[in-house]
Design a protein around this ligand. Structure first.
Ligand code: HEC
Length: 634
């Protein structure tokens, strides 16, 4: 008995295990089919939305055309009625003249007919009578001819007036019809847009389901997590947007799918037929370098065989850098062998701390005694700029390695945690600035772009690509509606922060513009640069109103005090202060023995903090007395 039961159990287990081992495969092809259908549905939904939007646009254009036509038609009846009145008035004297001629004829007939009829009349009298009647008749005819012409004009004017009224009625009807069509199309376009969003959400869910099933079956290979790092480190040097050897750009999923000069680089689920795999398998790629490790070649094969999919939720057009796994930056050394350049300095809004560039970290010092109070880690090698949120709770850090990497991170200063990893690009980010109300963050860098982020969602609102070279610095207007930039392309530009549109350009430095700041009035901005000058501009007119000379050598940084005084940092190892509203030099701060590369102004005491290329920080009173100094060298 016992034996039979266990036999039976064994049989059952066997059955279910067979069923199980079949299940995932069946599952996966079903999920793939569902995903394909969902992708098709999304494509169809997008096409339908485009169609609806195009119809709506046409209806809108027709509506506007008819609206203009109606405006024109509305003026017509009055104009035509006016013409009719004028013509009628012009005909009146002719009517009167004709009536008078008729009366004259009647009188001539009454006077002369009896003469003609009478037997007593002489031949002479008859002739005179006939002549009088004929003259009256001719006079009447002469009066009737212009009257007939005038009457014809009145009739024409009358017709035109009637036609204008009819045309107006017709134009009103047409516009009503166009309005109806437009109002009918508008909700359809909205519905179609909603349908696209829904289809996209469904497609994403299908992608997630398929990924989960593949992962359960041990078949999932993450493109972003596993394949992209290989391509990024081994292939991108020769296969990027600028240099695409074999016309193959591997920087991003969409580009990879596109293939190169020999056609597609992937064959669906068939790694052996896929050139991308073939080239790394036989060692021809990466060219003139060590071949990929066998595990990496196998990984690429598995990725292709599992469908060569992109991880759910990622944008196909993203560059590899943007989707690579986020790796913690290396820790800085506990103690530095040498000080690090003071490339960035920023005082906290409460005036207690100064944050400075470290090596793979941000160093936060107590201003009162120069003691190091905090070290913020997980930062790229060199720090280029810092910005405190106006409430002092967050610090934005722009960092990178020249020619390789750039990042912008936002840290929570109370919890010392990373809040956002905003940007990853392949060259340094040079500037970062919170908007005056703290709701947005602007960045700029070696990729020539300026980006504006919404701080509550960290979503990128604008990417402005208007400069021809690195953007070295940016500043917000006091009201947050403008951003002014400084670029290596020798210009400074002003942008509308709501639209991202360029508004004006300050030409004039004729050399690299290094720094920029708004004056407190919001109407003026100051720029400094490698032409050894500071220039002050009327923003709206892009007109230079002042030039501050004698600012030493290249002017690398500038700050404007709340009272409008200008502070500069120069390659000649001095900082300087200029009077507000004039070009007068008030004070020079001498003592550094290397380029001064950064400046910060204390919000309440007016103390100036300067930082030099050799890593020395100095704190000065408004009188120019040195209060204390320390090195950026934990
Ligand atoms: C040092 C430069 C270099 C590197 C690195 C490199 N390639 Fe190439 N690749 C080339 C050149 C050049 C070609 C053009 C064809 C040729 O000369 O063989 C090419 C062509 C290709 C092609 C064929 C494109 C086509 O459509 O004809 C593929 C696929 C390819 N590479 C894949 C890779 C992969 C994958 C990597 C990284 C693992 C890589 N390559 C790394 C230089 C490079």
């Amino acid at each position: 008995m016992r034996l039979r039961v266990s036999h039976l159990l064994l049989g059952l287990t066997l059955l279910t295990s067979i069923a199980r081992s079949d299940e995932p495969a069946a599952d996966i092809s079903a999920l793939e089919a569902t995903l394909t259908a969902a992708e098709q549905a999304e494509t169809d939904a997008i096409a339908a939305r485009l169609q609806a939007e195009s119809e709506l646009r046409t209806a809108e254009q027709e509506f506007q055309r008819l609206e203009r036509a109606l405006k024109a038609a509305e003026a017509e009846p009055a104009a035509k009625a006016q013409t009719l009145t004028e013509k009628t008035a012009a005909a009146q004297p002719l009517v009167d003249a004709a009536a008078a001629a008729q009366a004259a004829l009647d009188a001539a007939l009454a006077a002369n007919q009896p003469i003609l009829d009478s037997a007593d009349s002489t031949e002479e009298q008859k002739q005179a009578a006939t002549a009088a009647i004929t003259a009256a008749q001719q006079a009447l005819e002469a009066a009737n001819t212009p009257l007939a012409a005038a009457n014809a004009e009145v009739a024409t004017a009358q017709q035109a007036a009637d036609a204008a009224v009819q045309a107006l009625t017709a134009a009103q009807a047409s516009l009503a019809e166009a309005t109806r069509i437009r109002d009918e199309k508008a909700p359809i376009a909205t519905q179609r847009a909603e349908a696209v969003a829904l289809a996209a959400a469904q497609r994403l869910q299908c992608e997630i389901n398929l990924r989960d099933a593949l992962a359960t079956a041990g078949q999932w290979v993450s493109f972003a997590g596993e394949v992209a790092p290989i391509l990024h480190s081994r292939c991108l040097a020769c296969h990027n947007a600028r240099t695409a050897k074999g016309r193959l750009n591997l920087d991003g999923y969409a580009n990879l799918l596109q293939g190169g000069e020999s056609g597609p680089s992937l064959v669906a689920k068939n790694h052996a037929e896929s050139p991308l795999w073939g080239q790394v398998h036989d060692g021809s790629m990466p060219q003139e370098a060590d071949p990929l490790a066998p595990e990496q070649v196998t990984l690429i094969a598995r990725w292709i065989d599992s469908g060569a999919r992109l991880d759910p939720g990622l944008d196909r057009s993203s560059r590899l850098m943007e989707i690579l796994p986020r790796i913690e930056q290396p820790l800085p050394p506990e103690h530095y062998p040498v000080p690090v350049a003071a490339s960035a300095l920023e005082i906290s809004p409460n005036g207690a701390f100064v944050a400075a560039s470290g090596y793979h970290e941000v160093l936060v010092y107590n201003i009162a005694d120069g003691s190091l109070v905090h070290r913020l880690h997980n930062v790229a090698e060199r720090v280029y700029d810092l910005s405190f949120s106006p409430d002092g709770q967050r610090l934005a850090v722009a960092a990178g390695i020249p020619g390789e990497f750039g990042e912008v991170k936002i840290f929570d200063l109370a919890a010392h945690t990373l809040l956002a990893d905003l940007i990853r690009v392949d060259d340094v980010v040079l500037g970062v600035a919170f908007s005056p109300d703290g709701s947005r963050l602007a960045t700029c860098g070696a990729d020539r772009s300026i980006r504006i982020f919404d701080v509550s969602t960290y979503a990128e609102q604008h990417r402005i690509e208007d400069h021809a070279d690195w953007v070295l610095d940016i500043a917000w207007s006091p009201d947050g509606t403008r951003i002014v930039s400084a670029s290596r392309d020798k210009t400074s530009k002003v942008f509308d922060t709501a639209t991202g549109d360029p508004l004006t350009t300050f030409n004039g430095h004729g050399d690299v513009v290094q720094g920029v700041a708004y004056l407190p009035d919001g109407a003026h901005a100051a720029t400094c640069g490698d032409d050894n000058s500071v220039r002050v501009w009327v923003v709206a007119e892009a007109r230079e109103v002042r030039k501050l000379d004698g600012a030493g050598d290249d002017v690398l940084a500038l700050r404007i005090g709340p009272d409008g005084q200008t502070y500069t940092a120069s390659v000649d190892q001095q900082a300087r202060r200029y009077e507000a509203n004039t070009a007068n030099l008030v004070k020079a701060y001498a003592g550094h023995t290397d380029w001064i590369v950064s400046l910060a102004l204390h919000p309440t005491t007016g103390d100036l903090i300067t930082g030099s290329q050799d890593g020395l920080i100095k704190v000065w009173t408004p009188n120019g007395d040195l209060v204390r100094e320390w090195k950026l060298q934990p």
